[in-house]
Design a protein around this ligand. Structure first.
Ligand code: ARG
Ligand code: ZN
Ligand code: CA
Length: 327
């Protein structure tokens, strides 16, 4: 079939050439043949005409070239890997009062490693995902994290509120490092019962943009159960990349993810699978093992494919956090 089609096209081309030969004298024909073989594809000439006459097309052309240049630059910087994975550079801002709060470099490295496992679906408990949810599991989200530096500062503050004071030197905190280009993570001694909090992508590049974690729930070795597997960071970075709580922060609320079953509210502790909820008269087995629920660290071990897509949209070229790809 392919061969036949090729033959027909070749015949057609021959016929065209013959017509030209018949109507042109030898010199003209030689010139034309030479031109034709040099410029047998007129796309650029046609484009030049378009760009000459159409200002909007010129603007689109310029934007495409600028975007392409940015992408190439991002690859050079190593922030976009060969397979399209976006490697987010991370700055940890550590505010400590006690020596226990002054987490070691090893503990911080451990936290980054947890993020890379959870976002790559290489976490050791990934095999606990129920068969029912296997087809909607995210797999590798193609988002990774690389620690760039840790900024340490001693403080006399015993307990922090969730008012962003830790994010400004003028209020006893540490100023963010280029928040449009780096994920800033502040680690503080205590926030009462709060494990962590994050800004969503509409805050990209603002002075307060990033994730806050309580030191007790950061990293693994020496962390406090039942939040001692580094998953508060996984959850907060989910928010940072535009994920809502899986229950949509309302009774039978909406998380804008189609493949996470609607659930009545948050779950806690370590629920037994299957767990059924009824919303709008429909009974569903809920995905309480999702990182965006409120269960214990050992009870959460998956993002869904829909959540992966939302996060990728944010770090994609042109996404709200595309700045993380470039300096
Ligand atoms: N309560 C925090 C939040 O809503 C974090 C919950 C994290 N859960 C966990 N198992 N570490 O952002
Ligand atoms: Zn949350
Ligand atoms: Ca949903």
């Amino acid at each position: 079939m392919k061969k036949l089609l090729f033959g027909v096209i070749a015949l057609g081309m021959l016929a065209a050439c013959n017509t030209t030969e018949e109507t042109a004298n030898l010199t003209e024909d030689n010139a034309r043949t030479a031109t034709a073989s040099r410029k047998s594809c007129p796309s650029e000439e046609i484009r030049a005409e378009l760009l000459k006459n159409d200002a909007k097309a010129r603007a689109r052309f310029a934007a495409i070239e600028a975007g392409t240049e940015k992408f190439i630059q991002a690859k050079k910087l190593g922030r976009v890997l060969a397979d399209g994975t976006v490697e987010i550079p991370v700055v940890v801002n550590l505010l400590y009062r006690t020596t226990a709060e002054n987490l070691s470099d090893a503990r911080i490295a451990e936290q980054i490693a947890v993020l890379n496992k959870d976002f790559g679906a290489t976490n050791s408990d990934v095999n606990k995902i129920p068969a029912e949810f296997a087809s909607v599991a995210a797999g590798d989200t193609k988002v990774r994290f690389r620690l760039v530096k840790t900024v340490r500062k001693a403080t006399s503050v015993r307990s922090w509120r969730t008012n962003d004071a830790m994010k400004k030197a003028s209020t006893g905190g540490i100023d963010a490092t280029s928040p449009a280009s780096y994920l800033n993570i502040w680690v503080v001694g205590s926030m009462g019962g709060v494990l962590g909090y994050a800004t969503f992508p509409e805050s990209a590049g603002q002075w307060n943009d990033g994730v806050v974690l309580a030191s007790k729930y950061t990293g693994v070795t020496g962390a406090t159960a039942p939040y001692n597997l580094g998953r508060t960071a996984t959850h907060e970075v989910g928010h940072y990349l535009n994920l809502r709580h899986i229950w949509g922060d309302a009774t039978c609320g909406n998380d804008f993810v189609a493949d996470t079953p609607t659930q009545t509210g948050s779950n806690s502790g370590s629920p037994t699978y299957p767990l059924y909820n009824t919303c709008g008269g429909v009974q569903r087995s809920v995905m309480f093992m999702n990182y965006m629920d409120y269960v214990d660290d050992s009870a959460m071990y998956m993002f869904s494919a829909g959540q992966r897509d939302r996060m990728q949209a944010v770090v994609a070229a042109g996404g709200a956090r595309a700045g993380l790809r470039n300096l």
